[in-house]
Ligand binder design. Structure first.
Ligand code: SER
Length: 648
């Protein structure tokens, strides 16, 4: 089955069952500063899971572009990709477990001519939530019963195997089970992970996952016994139904959301692999043209060079989608990830080319990108329009990288010029330094060393790499908290103060002041904005005075949904470089007499494109204070500010 066929089938199946099909959002989260990238289908829909009515109703489905930076190092096996499409369907307080699981099972197992994808039900295994003592959230008995009946209708007696609260399937193994329960680490879903990691205000819930059995032999490297969540490659997770009915409260306990939601996500590429009964996700049609091209160009076969091929295919596809969503290579944030992906692809491209004795496969990367653009332009027409832009950005970045590589070579010569070490062994830390700073492939370093009869212990270099990976993981966990840290009460308040601050800055410094970044934690708010010089004390005082005046006026904060054109006509503040959907959410503050039915935009103090959350009235803020104003880069200033209790 082709990927596009599966995508269409899914959407049609859901549409016929009362779902409204919506377009994929950008990979750069719209109105959601909490994460760098859209990493799941539910992310853009968060406000509706929390109870806000969706303009298209209670049943929604889509195919959402997703990017998961945390999977970069995993790419190379037969299943991990950084970019993927997540098929999704949602019930916002409409249907729940029974309807979701039976509909999903029908889609997976009915014949293609009947609208499904024809998976053999005997190859499907499912998991459910085992319950959690710490939060008191009970086991999902209901889903076990539903699954038993569904399998029974196919003549399969589905036995249930409890893997216990430690959820260690490798101790228990498959037995004769078809339904398995796991603990919070496997069968609980929230954007933040397990319940203890969730911030206040975050929704989550137990989930039920479906796995496809490719019936390959178990690899004991991954544990004594195989089980659905084992990573040996026999089982592939193809879909996840989250029963999102809980919310974390300020005191750390869990309460019920106002509505019971379903959040289903299914990996499009993985579902296609299952439909073709081929465990290698890189064998599905979307990779074919690019793969064939690489084989021809390098004279190397995919079969003999899987890791390098997979890295190139995955990374270039991700780069194409990211650049076309406006993320260009740079040294920070999102741009840094594009840079990393592209440079990694270049290196592996060189490796494929170099081994063959050709100069390199470097110029081939744009052709690989073109193959992906051709492949996806029907489903994503904007890709074709952006093709020139994408290819240009890629080429410029590759050039930059090549000159860095040259510097790396010179650096290596410098190191070697310092004399040959005892025993001819080069310090692994030095080799790692070259690798890290100049992106110089270890294999190339080894080759260079060998010409001078030197060597390096690769294991020691690997140990250096591990050390570094751990450090960068910690650093990026911090970096990913851009924007709002959570939806707790104090962060929500600071968010409203942030809107007042932006408007006050425009009044005092001029209307050309634009927001260039924001980060809000429970401790303070931080805003980057465009302005050419240091603010004077008087200007700071005046900004504070205006914000405090608006707080004292106790203005209503009102959210309105409207077509993007209308919001543009209102001159609503928008974030630079940000892409927005056709229907946007706008927050206006004031005038005093404004109501949801009559927001009186003309008299509003501030209007911004924004997904919230916000407090209801500015009076809840008490008072406002600027803590610091400083330069970030040329033309960009940064303010740190906080809300304070007002002296009575
Ligand atoms: N949010 C869930 C996931 O990402 C299901 O859509 O798996």
């Amino acid at each position: 089955m082709r990927t596009s066929e599966l995508r269409e089938k899914f959407l049609k199946f859901l549409e016929e069952r009362g779902h409204k099909i919506i377009k994929s959002s950008s990979l750069v989260p719209e109105n959601d500063p909490t994460t760098l990238f859209t990493g799941s289908g539910m992310q853009p829909l968060l406000p509706y899971l929390l109870g806000r009515p969706h303009p298209d109703g209670k049943r929604i489905a889509d195919s959402q572009k997703c990017f998961r930076a945390e999977d970069i190092e995993e790419v190379g096996d037969n299943r991990h990709t950084t970019f993927f499409e997540m098929l999704g369907n949602w019930s916002f307080g409409d249907y729940f477990k029974q309807e979701q699981l039976s509909r999903l099972f029908e889609f997976l197992t009915s014949r293609p001519e009947d609208g499904g994808i024809g998976l053999d039900p005997r190859k499907l295994y499912v998991t459910v939530f085992a319950g959690d003592k710490e939060t008191g959230i009970p086991a999902d008995e209901e889903s076990i019963e539903i699954w038993k009946k569904l399998f029974a209708e196919k003549g399969i007696e589905a036995e249930y195997v409890a893997l216990g609260s430690n959820g260690n399937g490798s101790e228990v193994g498959m037995r004769n089970g078809r339904i398995f329960s796991y603990n919070v680490r496997k069968n609980w879903w929230s954007r933040a992970g397990v319940p203890s990691k969730m911030p206040a205000g975050e929704p989550g819930g137990p989930d039920s996952e479906v796995f496809y059995d490719f019936a390959t032999a178990h690899d004991p490297k991954f544990g004594r016994e195989c089980h659905p969540n084992c990573d040996c490659g026999r089982f592939l997770e193809i879909g996840n139904s989250v029963f999102m009915e809980y919310i974390k409260k300020e005191d750390g306990s869990f309460g019920k959301l106002a509505q019971r939601n379903v959040d289903f996500g299914g990996g499009l590429e993985r579902l296609t692999a299952a439909a073709n009964d081929d465990p290698d996700v890189f064998n599905i049609d979307v990779f074919s043209a690019a793969k064939d091209y690489l084989e021809r160009e390098t004279g190397k076969s995919y079969a003999d060079n899987k890791k390098a091929f997979r890295i190139i295919l995955d990374h270039i596809r991700a780069v194409v989608f990211l650049i076309s969503d406006g993320v260009v290579p740079s040294n920070v944030g999102r741009g840094y990830l594009v840079r990393r992906l592209l440079r990694r692809a270049v290196r592996f491209g060189d490796e494929l080319g170099a081994v063959q004795g050709r100069e390199s496969a470097r110029s081939s990367l744009s052709s690989v990108a073109t193959a992906f653009i051709d492949e996806y332009k029907m489903a994503y027409p904007s890709l074709a329009k952006q093709a020139e832009f994408v290819l240009n950005e890629m080429e410029m970045e590759e050039k930059k990288f090549r000159s860095t590589l040259k510097e790396g070579l010179r650096e290596m010569e410098r190191i070697l010029a310092n004399g040959v070490p005892v025993g001819n062994e080069i310090d692994p830390e030095k080799v790692f330094f070259i690798y890290q700073t100049y992106g110089f492939p270890i294999e190339l370093i080894e080759e260079e060393l060998a010409k001078r009869s030197l060597f390096v212990d690769k294991e020691k270099v690997k140990a250096e790499m591990k050390k570094h990976q751990e450090l960068s993981r910690i650093a990026s966990a911090g970096a990913f908290k851009g924007g709002l840290a959570d939806s707790s009460e104090v962060v929500t308040r600071l968010h409203t103060a942030h809107h007042l601050l932006l408007k006050a800055l425009q009044i005092v410094l001029g209307p050309e002041v634009k927001q260039r970044g924001s980060n809000i934690t429970a401790e303070r708010l931080r805003m980057d904005f465009s302005y050419g010089s240091r603010m004077t004390e008087e200007q700071k005082k005046e900004v504070e005075r205006i914000v405090n005046e608006k707080i004292a006026e106790d203005l209503p904060v009102i959210r309105t949904e409207m077509p993007i054109e209308e919001a543009e006509k209102l001159n609503a503040e928008r974030e630079f470089g940000q892409k927005y959907p056709d229907v946007v959410s706008v927050y206006s503050i004031g005038p005093k007499s404004a109501t949801e039915d009559d927001p009186k935009f003309k008299e509003a103090f501030s209007i911004e494109f924004c997904g919230g959350p916000h407090i209801r009235r500015t009076g809840e803020l008490g008072g406002f204070e600027i803590m610091k104003e400083e330069a970030v880069s040329s033309g960009i200033r940064r303010i740190r500010a906080n809300i304070v209790k007002r002296e009575s």
